[in-house]
Design a protein around this ligand. Sequence first.
Ligand code: LLP
Length: 438
Amino acid sequence: YGTQRINENGKLEIGGVEAEGLAETYGTPLFVYDVKDIRNRAEEFHDAFRAQSVNYQIAYASKAFSCIAMMELARDLDLSLDVVSDGELHTALEAGFPAERIHFHGNNKTPEELEMAVKEKIGCIVVDNFTELTWLMALTESEKTEMEVLIRITPGVEAHTHEYISTGQEDSKFGFDLNSGQADEAIRRLLDHPFLKLQGVHSHIGSQIFRAEGFEEAVKEIYRMIRKWKESMNYYPQVLNVGGGFGIRYAESDKPLPLHVYIDRMVTAAKEEAEAMNEPVPEIWIEPGRALVGEAGTTLYSIGARKDIPDVRTYVSVDGGMTDNIRPALYQAEYTALLANRAAEETEETVSIAGKCCESGDMLIWDLDLPAVNQGDILAVFATGAYGYSMANNYNRILRPAVVFVEDGQHEIVIERETLTDLTRRERKYSKAAAVQK
Ligand code: LLP
């Protein structure tokens, strides 16, 4: 993955830094991000669009991994930003991310969040439903401010991915469905509104997609509607946002396409459709999350307890688990790993990697081939950069890990490890509990 290699000492190196040393310096579990890999991915997307000579925006879906340093990096890489809450928006603004490049998503933005977005003059709000539309109308009227919006629709395209992360089908909590006429109704209301400026259409078909055809089908499906909108209300969008979901390599069996293949497919489809209508090619926007940061992230754990069940299985436990990577438990996601401190050694045994939570489902990897594992070895689990830290939690009151950025042989902490004091900082004693001398 990225700039990772096994060096002459037989150790795993990331961004020119030995992983074992990072584990010693910062402790484990530790998220390590290979910054160069993120830069390269962003550049790959930019190149793909430039080669197609279309206007475009690449909005980093910050839900994949969000913190001030990441937002700064996204800003420097000429990315736009997809946020879905006041928390993500706040983090972006704290990082000095330009408000006009921020897009606000979500199926239940609160009135307070909408107000924040309008006051901060962010780039656009992706309107998801009629409730939000009504609130936004009232808000922009009372503030007398214009706001650019996209309308999110569900194109009815199956993404062929896990059902929890598939979003483009008609029966979904997101967006306006196309067949009931509700999308038409929303567009009509937007076109009539003095303060809301409809820039275009958004659709997101799902995540971890390996079929470029899905994006092509979504573009075609959207154009089927655009032709209707052009006829019935003379509406043609300036922007076509086709969402994120570009697949990455978690395990050997994952075979992601080069990023430009997805872009070529969707842009070609949009060009053909636009030409057939004799209309300009819209700006194409995408929203990659995991494709930008997924493979750049590695989690380092220390090996702890071991349990051998003769003729059945060997469980080897690490000092993290579903608290820092819930994906195996939630989606049966698969990962691969090696011992960072003994990366060149031959494999000798097959073990299953368990997390430390009180939950049988807290397993990170089943049946992993490793050298004979010792306590204190450092396990590096790859491709944990997306939806790992961002979905981290305190189940069992386990502390959230630290996050380190590495690049060109240098390392820098960007999120400190949570402390026991942090855990109880916002808690208050109950006034009706008996007083205890301490
Ligand atoms: N745009 C929209 C509107 C989305 O809902 C998402 C993901 C993305 C973009 C970015 O998708 P990506 O390029 O990262 O696949 N927690 C799950 C994924 C949930 C994705 C939710 N939306 C996971 O760990 O796989």
